[in-house]
Design a protein around this ligand. Structure first.
Ligand code: HEC
Length: 181
């Protein structure tokens, strides 16, 4: 399964380099692993980096900041997708013999959710579900600190959230008032 994820992502993707070091990631804290999965499995593509969701390919992805779901429930959704919606399943053949939500392919019929472009291992699904609950769920509007935690401090992707540069610059050159006497 892991092999498949690697392969499918490395076809025309930008992150092959990151995947080569994938083994090293195993040692990291789960939160960090979860964020890696969130990026590599392209949850970002539909839910956005901050989890706000919104329109896009795959329909209107729900806000993960506003989700009420637990880790276990998110594990199930990522494993199984959500029938009748654009939320894809990240395992192969989840509606096979054992089924998902107690349903098999015969029950789900044309409500079958799409297959994601990557297949995740159970550990990766657990990690990403924990990341959603610990780092996204329950947060308000995304702020600069959330953005740099995702993209890194230097990223221009976060400029939007920075105080306006001109204002900041002029603030710095303001002479410090000397005591008048
Ligand atoms: C192709 C677009 C797409 C991708 C990729 C995608 N999602 Fe979703 N997701 C959706 C849509 C659409 C919904 C809303 C389903 C609905 O209407 O109930 C959703 C719903 C969810 C929900 C349910 C939220 C709730 O409160 O009910 C969770 C959790 C979730 N996604 C997590 C993820 C995670 C984690 C990933 C990456 C592993 C991911 N999604 C990737 C489109 C996507």
């Amino acid at each position: 399964m892991g092999g498949r994820m690697r392969l499918s992502l490395c076809v025309g993707a930008v992150i092959c380099g990151a995947l080569v070091t994938g083994a090293a990631l195993a040692d990291r804290a789960h939160g960090e692993d979860g964020q890696q999965v969130y990026k590599q499995a392209n949850c970002v593509g539909c839910h956005k980096w901050s989890g706000v969701g919104g329109g896009g390919y795959g329909g209107a992805a729900l806000s993960l900041r506003k989700t009420e779901l637990s880790v276990d429930q998110i594990v199930e959704i990522v494993t199984c997708g959500r029938p009748g919606t654009g939320m894809p399943h990240f395992t192969s053949d989840p509606y096979g013999a054992r089924g998902c939500y107690g349903l098999t392919a015969d029950d789900v019929k044309d409500m079958m959710p799409p297959a994601a472009n990557v297949v995740l291992r159970p550990q990766e699904i657990e990690d990403v579900a924990r990341y959603v609950v610990d780092d996204i769920k329950g947060k308000d509007e995304p702020m600069l600190a959330d953005c740099t935690a995702f993209f890194g401090d230097a990223s221009r992707a976060c400029d939007l959230y920075r105080p306006q540069t001109t204002a900041a610059a002029s603030h710095h050159v303001m002479p410090t008032p000397t005591t008048t006497r």
